[in-house]
Design a protein around this ligand. Structure first.
Ligand code: GRF
Length: 210
């Protein structure tokens, strides 16, 4: 989005709950110079033993643990918002963050929250999207990076990557091949969103007029 500040670097807040392979792919893209003009401000987990949080810590990145279990959504989200603001986060990247965001959270960062989902939305929102797609018998699968709104896996699409479903696939191999696409998609999506060259027109994320 054009109004994201570009200089100094755009500060990413990564939210995760588990493995963290998408976070690692983003971090690797920054380290390798494939993703320029951004830095990771904080990696925040709502789950204490999230592998992604441990990795972030090992990498020397700022980390935060705000356990959500047993807490009211609005109260937990208020703490998360405060943490993201404390770290001066410009753009939030949900990377396997297994929580629905409260309306207050979304309002605090309008069009500044991205999510990645392992299907070609609007097909197969929700959990186990890859298995849903495989069981449905689709011939093309993939992943979607989208802005987050109040509805599950619903906001405007930034980009999608598609792959064929092979006759030799099972749900597991399909999920693995989709994950490889996710790792490319998130970097590309962050680059687009932070480029300032694209804008939202209703639900369409399109290049700005020259
Ligand atoms: C990914 O498949 C992502 O699309 C979904 O959750 C999974 C997270 O994987 N939202 P990882 O923690 O990034 O490895």
């Amino acid at each position: 989005m054009g109004t994201v500040p570009k200089d100094p670097p755009i500060r990413l807040g990564i939210l995760l709950s588990g493995r963290g392979s998408n976070f690692l792919a983003i971090a690797d893209s920054i380290r390798a110079g494939r993703l320029q003009g951004v830095e990771i401000a904080v990696v925040l987990s709502n789950v204490a033993d999230a592998a992604g949080l441990a990795k972030a810590h090992e990498m020397g990145l700022p980390t935060a643990l705000l356990v959500s279990k047993g807490r009211k959504r609005a109260e937990h989200d208020a703490d998360v918002i405060a943490c993201l603001k404390y770290h001066n986060v410009d753009l939030i990247c949900l990377a396997g963050y297994m929580r629905l965001l409260s309306p207050e959270f979304i309002a605090a960062f309008p069009n500044r929250i991205l999510n990645i989902h392992p299907s070609l939305l609007p097909a197969f929102p929700g959990l186990d999207a890859q298995t849903q797609a495989f069981d449905y018998g689709v011939k093309v699968a993939g992943c979607t990076v989208h802005f987050v709104d109040e509805h599950l896996d619903h906001g405007a699409i930034v980009l999608q990557r598609a792959i064929p479903v092979l006759e030799s696939d099972d749900a597991h191999s399909l999920a693995e091949r989709i994950l490889a696409e996710e790792h490319l998609a998130y970097t590309d999506a962050i680059a687009l969103v932070t480029s300032g060259e694209y804008e939202l027109r209703e639900r369409r994320f399109v290049r700005r007029d020259p």
